[in-house]
Design a protein around this ligand. Structure first.
Ligand code: NAD
Length: 365
């Protein structure tokens, strides 16, 4: 690698079991005394516990974060933050809660402290997806980058196995796509390889024993690595396709990533030797097939059909993917893409022939 541009983000990362005890210290570092705590309804008790532990430093809890960051929810949270004269938000939860904190920061410039409790990795990215009237748009802005992230594995021990596996596979997809990114840099490549190795080693252990603290710590480390990859380099066909599928058919975010990844690895492998080699080395067998077996053994969903996508949507999904050009290491062509989506819909094994014979070159579709 002789030429690259790398732009790091300024987020302060504290990675420590029991790290939630340092929230007051981190608030003090940022100069804040009136924090509003955010969570989903499911994690309301965890948020209240955190707020109680902060005493007067916490001025309220907003427990209504939702998947896909609906703007209507953000507006209510912003109004509450203004009513409380909050000077900071603390998000405790997964990508949905982190998304709400980012959306508030975008509108108010309030600082954010995030305590991630899943492996989605959103806490270290400048990316925000928001939904208005069922349409999701994604933006990149330094305004949404959290100031401080506290990774505390104790907060992840209650994470149900299904959310564990799906959010980690979403993260794994960040790392795999980083390996074939248009704008790679050596640090991101190192982090991506490490993330893939880490997830492949720890996820089966968590499925066997969700209370395995070492494996949980490894998964959280993997989430930080993979999230940093997503933050630093551009994504390609996999993220584009998942965005289209999620938005068009209202499919669950992380589960869609879990299903689609082996198929995109099969499609891109002929043009992305680094990714194919890394995945094969880590999984011990040719990438796409081994990845699909791995996903299957973890108990994750393996077909878009079971997520609720209609068969009649296959062509529409392909056409929407092709509507706007974007980088992919292999040109994205209509027929092979339709075949890929059809296989992912049915849950067929990914094709060993890599979905057709397109030239393996670095071009935009
Ligand atoms: P999530 O945040 O929606 O969480 C899923 C459910 O699990 C929620 O009900 C949540 O409260 C619950 N939960 C989370 N942690 C828990 C715990 N420790 N114990 C018990 N319950 C827990 O799921 P996610 O996969 O983390 O996030 C998905 C969202 O994140 C999507 O909207 C996606 O678009 C977004 N995302 C954004 C980025 C980015 O960079 N902007 C990256 C990845 C994902």
């Amino acid at each position: 690698m002789h030429r690259f541009v790398r732009e790091g983000l300024p987020t302060r990362v504290v990675f420590e079991p029991g790290g939630r005890q340092h929230v007051a210290r981190e608030l003090e570092r940022l100069g804040h005394t009136r924090a509003m705590v955010l969570s989903t309804p499911r994690q309301h008790a965890q948020a209240t516990e955190l707020a109680d532990s902060l005493g007067k430093l916490a001025v309220g809890v907003f427990p209504d974060a939702r998947m896909h960051t609906p703007v209507e929810v953000t507006e209510r949270a912003v109004a509450m933050a203004r009513d409380l004269s909050a000077d900071c938000v603390i998000a405790i939860g997964g990508g949905s809660t982190t998304g709400l904190g980012k959306a508030i920061a975008l509108r108010t410039d309030l600082d954010q402290i995030v305590l991630p409790t899943t492996y989605a990795g959103s806490e270290v990215t400048p990316i925000l997806g928001e939904t208005v009237d069922a349409t999701k748009t994604t933006l990149r802005s330094l305004k949404v980058v959290p100031e401080t992230v506290i990774y505390d594995i104790d907060l992840t021990l209650s994470l149900p196995t299904a959310v564990t596996v799906n959010s980690a596979l979403n993260s794994l997809a960040h790392a795999v796509e980083a390996l074939w990114a248009q704008d790679p840099d050596p640090v991101t490549l190192l982090m991506a390889r490490e993330a893939i190795t880490t997830f492949v080693a720890c996820l089966p252990r968590i499925v066997t024993d969700p209370g395995d603290r070492d494996a949980r710590a490894a998964a959280l480390y993997g989430a930080w690595l993979a999230g940093t990859c997503l933050a630093t380099v551009g994504m390609a066909l996999h993220h584009k396709l998942c965005h289209v599928l999620g938005g068009t058919f209202d499919l669950p975010h992380a589960e869609t990533h879990a299903v689609v990844l082996p198929y995109v690895v099969a499609y891109n492998a002929p043009a992305a030797l680094e990714a194919a080699t890394v995945v094969e080395r880590v999984l011990g067998a040719p990438g796409a097939t081994a990845l699909r077996t791995f996903v299957d053994h973890l108990g994750a969903p393996t077909s878009l059909r079971e997520l609720g996508m209609p068969e009649s949507g296959i062509t529409e999904a392909a056409d929407r993917c092709l509507a706007a050009p974007y980088y992919n290491p292999r040109p994205v062509e209509r027929e092979p893409l339709r075949d890929l989506i059809r296989d992912a819909w049915a849950g067929n094994p990914p094709r060993a022939d890599g979905y057709g014979t397109a030239a393996a070159s670095n071009t935009t579709s």
